[in-house]
Design a protein around this ligand. Sequence first.
Ligand code: SF4
Ligand code: SF4
Length: 215
Amino acid sequence: MLSYQLDSIFYFIGETVVILGLFFLLSAIIGSVLVIYSYKTGHFVAAGLMLVIVSVLESPIKSVLKLTKINEDIVDDVGIHLRNYINRKKFLRVPKEERIIFIPQCLRSTKCPAKLTPEGIKCLNCGLCGIGEAKKYSEDQGYKFFVVPCSSFIKRIIRKYHPKAIVGVGCQMEIKEGIDMCHGIGLPAIGVPLSKSGCVATKLDWDMFRRIISE
Ligand code: SF4
Ligand code: SF4
């Protein structure tokens, strides 16, 4: 009798594991299809649900894409556009005077003469990189503009200035973490990915940046 009951329990556990495995596999396949569709068309289907699937199943979705020989980096790319899409309406309702822009220090020239201050790296608009002009353009529109020396700086500046919306420039990983952190404290954030990352003398499509912050 006892051995029959044990068999039933193991059978139940085995069945549950198989069903869960199939459920995750199916969800990862659906997530992969949605990611490919969004990457190719720029449209999102059920954006809120899709963000949950892409966030929870990021690794399995990347594995499915890898198996089908599709560049897995599109998951991060779509993830950022999806977050921007979800935040955009709320972001646009905030006046530019109540928005903050964070620019990573890696966009500076390697010969940057700027010094580190409690308000971040103080750009001198020396012309060696695009930050000086972007700072002037942004501040003329009403934004507060900071060149970020490290990620803890962002939290400190948010605590100090209480912005209502954020524009964050960075590599894909930094943007994803930044937008999610802002989401956690109720701030709509728009991410602008670097066109070349790598932590030193990185690159940004400044025209795209100006287009986004002008909205
Ligand atoms: S423009 Fe500003 S950030 Fe860029 S190199 Fe010159 S001082 Fe540094
Ligand atoms: S490439 Fe990314 S991690 Fe490296 S400094 Fe720039 S934003 Fe930070």
